[in-house]
Design a binder for this molecule. Structure first.
Ligand SMILES: CC(C)(COP(=O)(O)OP(=O)(O)OC[C@H]1O[C@@H](n2cnc3c(N)ncnc32)[C@H](O)[C@@H]1OP(=O)(O)O)[C@@H](O)C(=O)NCCC(=O)NCCS
Length: 164
């Protein structure tokens, strides 16, 4: 059983341990592979409207996500999230649980839709989860992501409306 709760400042070391290898790998997020811990904290915690963690019954953090408006002003009714699951905890539905939580949270805050801006086409696990959670691929950006193994690969924009 995984519980999703609001991020607390004390959670950062555990969250950094989970997100750092993902950023360093450069395979899924458009974040510099040499990002500093302070920059990562700004990206994941300070700039978003809210950050959440998914924890197991012992309190071990298994994953994390942020929630923010995708754009400002007249675009701020569309939400954007980023999700990362600890390598050891993958394939157990943690991302699905966080995605469903984020959809409820965004709807509760009055957002009308959720958009993911750069879902790397080689990221099959992510695409599988987001499709299952009701997202559609509304567009594909040719060669928009420089993958360390595959060179320039496509990236999808994924979108779904939120129930009011
Ligand atoms: C993408 C990510 C968040 C998924 O987390 P997770 O907790 O393992 O996801 P879930 O367990 O909820 O679901 C994984 C699904 O992907 C499927 N999957 C895993 N690897 C796959 C692959 N190579 N090809 C196709 N499907 C795959 C699993 O079978 C599972 O679907 P199922 O439950 O129908 O069997 C996680 O891999 C991660 O943190 N990756 C690095 C960061 C990232 O890519 N974030 C998303 C950016 S858009």
């Amino acid at each position: 059983m995984v519980e999703v709760r609001a991020f607390d400042g004390d959670d950062w070391p555990a969250v950094w341990r989970i997100v750092e290898p993902v950023f360093r790998a450069g395979r899924t997020y458009a974040v510099a592979t040499d990002v500093t811990e302070a920059e990562a904290h700004a990206f994941w915690v300070e700039k978003p409207a809210s950050t959440f963690v998914a924890a197991d019954p012992d309190g071990r953090i298994l994953g994390t996500y942020f929630l923010k408006p995708n754009h400002a002003g007249p675009g701020d009714h569309v939400a954007n999230c980023g999700y990362i699951v600890d390598t050891d905890a993958r394939g157990r539905g943690v991302a699905s649980t966080m995605c469903r939580h984020s959809l409820r949270e965004a709807a509760d805050r009055g957002f009308r839709a959720m958009q993911y801006n750069l879902v790397v086409a080689t990221n099959e696990a992510a695409i599988a989860v987001w499709l299952r959670e009701g997202f559609e691929i509304v567009g594909t950006l040719p060669g928009a992501f420089r993958h360390p193994d595959h060179g320039c690969v496509d990236a999808h924009i994924m979108f779904r409306a939120l129930a009011r």
